[in-house]
Design a protein around this ligand. Sequence first.
Ligand SMILES: O=C(O)C(=O)C[C@]1(C(=O)O)C=C[C@@H](O)C=C1
Length: 336
Amino acid sequence: MVNVAFLGPLGTYSHQAALQQFPDAGTVYTPVETIPQCFEELANDKSLDYAVVPLENSTNGQVVFTYDILRDLMNGCEKYNGNEALPELEIVAEQYVSIDLCLIASGAIDLTSFGKETDVKVYSHPQVWGQTTNYLKRLGQKVGSLRLIDSASTSGAVQMCCEEGNSVANEVSLAIASSTAANLHTAHILDGPINDKRGNTTRFLTLRRRKPKEPPLAARPSSPITKDQKVSILTFVVKQDSPGSLVDVLNVLKEHQINMCSISSRPYHYPKENENSIQQEDTESKKRKWQYIFFIEVNHDSSVDWTLVIAGISSNSLKFCFWGTFYRNIRYFETS
Ligand SMILES: O=C(O)C(=O)C[C@]1(C(=O)O)C=C[C@@H](O)C=C1
């Protein structure tokens, strides 16, 4: 029996990702309140085996909360092997969830009946605004003005909207979430799907406490395509003022014929309290306010000598972290 943490309450898209990743009867699904808590609880609560977190959305890109936690876990890491950070957690699987968003209210209401003086509040997870920009613009034109209010999750937004109800004159509370969340809170779906793009999908990662000798989770659903395709995620920092320092790391991949599937970066400011724990960075870069961490994903071909690859990345970066290797999920190959 496994115990999986996810961004709750029940009915979030993270809950759906956890159900897809761990469909077996007897699995315990543990809702937590925020994405950072998924990481914290997994690291500290030994009764949890895994945590499922959103990484990116096909319409509006990076889930920055997750990227920034990975960044902070590498930068704040206390355990090193040379310049390789060894944080407590590793990535062992990916999942893809279709995000069909609905406009939800606590009961049946007619949006066209509102006067311009009505205060229309819309609750949702901040990641949702960029997936419904056009729809919200049109809705705003119809009802006057909208107040978009961030919630910790989409299902939490429905909960909030139902708690507030629509009993106060000239005030309406709405939420944007899945039909599952609406049904779970016995709320009313006013419209859907309302996402600007069809095929809107969010990619999730599954993490566990680091067990370098254990293999990643089996590909689910297993298929001939996913059988041998594995992916690894790495983060690293390079000497910022040295021309070609990023290229030097990427050349290690080229030398070993490794295909890179994605590269992105996030900024960071050096946290003062961590200055002593990181011996790997040069003093100049420590003083900088603007620094960047790179995230790359590469195909993990087992015919490659990964000890050499890691040695190459190690000698060309100031510090790095190998976050784990996992099977490519078959939904990655779906065409729109
Ligand atoms: O709020 C939820 O339902 C979540 O699981 C979080 C989350 C996200 O952070 O991207 C997941 C998928 C959707 O893109 C919107 C929100």
